[in-house]
Design a protein around this ligand. Sequence first.
Ligand code: ADP
Ligand code: ASP
Ligand code: MG
Length: 472
Amino acid sequence: MKFGGTSVQDTAAIRKVRDIVKATLEQGNKLPVVVVSAMAGVTDTLVRMSEKALEGRLEGSVGVLSDLRSLQTRHLSVLRDLFGNSGRLDAKFRGQGEADFNAAEAVIYERFGELEGLVRSVATLRELTPRSQDAIISIGERLSSFLVANAFQGTINRELLDIDARTFMITDDQFTCANPRMDEAKRFIHRALVTDMQMRGVPVTQGFIGATGDIRVRGTYTTTLGRGGSDYSAAIIGAAIGAEEIQIWTDVDGMLTADPRIVFSKARLVPQLTFVEAAELAYFGAKVLHPKTIQPALEKGIPVRILNSLNPKSPGTIISSERGDTNGPTAIACKRDVTVVDITSTRMLMAHGFLAKVFEVFARFKTAIDVVTTSEISVSVTIDDASHLRQIAQELEVFAQVETLPQMAILAVVGEQLPENPRLIGEILTLLGRFPIQLVSQSAARRNLTVVLNNDDLPAVTVQLHEKFFPE
Ligand code: ADP
Ligand code: ASP
Ligand code: MG
């Protein structure tokens, strides 16, 4: 059971998490593992703090230390609420309750002490390496899991079971976007969350974070799996323990027919998705699911369910190998702010190895390509991360002409029906008639039609397609 940032954003939300987990336990035969994200907004704040520290902006009302104190106040006040409600603090902080509270408070202060040490080092050295960035942002998850574990203590768990993911989520050393070393991680996960647990209760752990080896061993370092990576952590953990289901609890009812930030209340719940559909939607921008989530679940055939912690009665979206019974597309996904790179060369004509040469340049700068189309003498690709674009363009210009178009958007219409019903493709493209399209790509195997257009046209196009295929 993975709970995202909004689901743990404050005391009320954390109490809902406790009730949801409790309800699962009351079904009798289920023993969940709870995976949490940082409280809403905390990772963003930590990223901003590390950037400010790099500029040396420690003091002052908008300095890093002031941000740190606000974060500390937010976490401490949730801890106080949680203890207050259990009655342990109400008795004027006396007895065991007081001891527990003081110990818990000391842990929060200790984590903020660690954070302060890190940001001060960044400010002193004026150097922010990806490794120090990960050490800083991992604190968000390490704080929230501690709070959730405390909320469970006494009601669900007899003891505090806040398990440090850095003892089992073993990754490579690509800091800020680390890749789990699956075999090792799965073995360690099983040991930490199944063998060592021995029915001690419900383990609470962190999504998103890992380490280059068991963090208790010298010479190992904290890593993170990339923004939004808690869903991926949950899927890896689910696969490693052989879970019956991987639940992603968030702030919407499930996968919706389109991004609710664009089509608002018109977005409808998609009750059922295949693994392929879900993976494609996530890949093309449906933020509710991290794109890497599906793979570990698919390998083990474990269904993934997206659920709403603000509306736990809703059945959510179930993702499995079963397909839903719709005739049209299943959903629309989109991703803003991508860059199109057009690479043209007459040397491409009938030449072998040209594409390999092009892709090698992107690979060297660790830049992932999302969409590709080719013609006789040109290849167009889209990239999300344009931070190395200048160098990439320079290298490509050695053998081709390069044109870059920033501020473009990807829109993907996804559905198992697409390859079987070619008329749908025609209908989609006709609807797009008024808008200039930069690229079109269709993959029968992956059940999608993808177009690349201007950022500014994206809302209107999404709304039109949505009205056509998902009328009220
Ligand atoms: P969490 O913090 O729980 O991981 P996220 O913010 O990462 O939550 O993902 C949930 C958000 O994804 C929703 O609030 C919604 O705005 C956004 N979203 C974008 N596209 C979709 C979609 N197709 N279906 C559902 N949510 C979507
Ligand atoms: N807290 C992390 C982030 O904001 C991971 C996650 O929420 O999945 O990116
Ligand atoms: Mg998320």
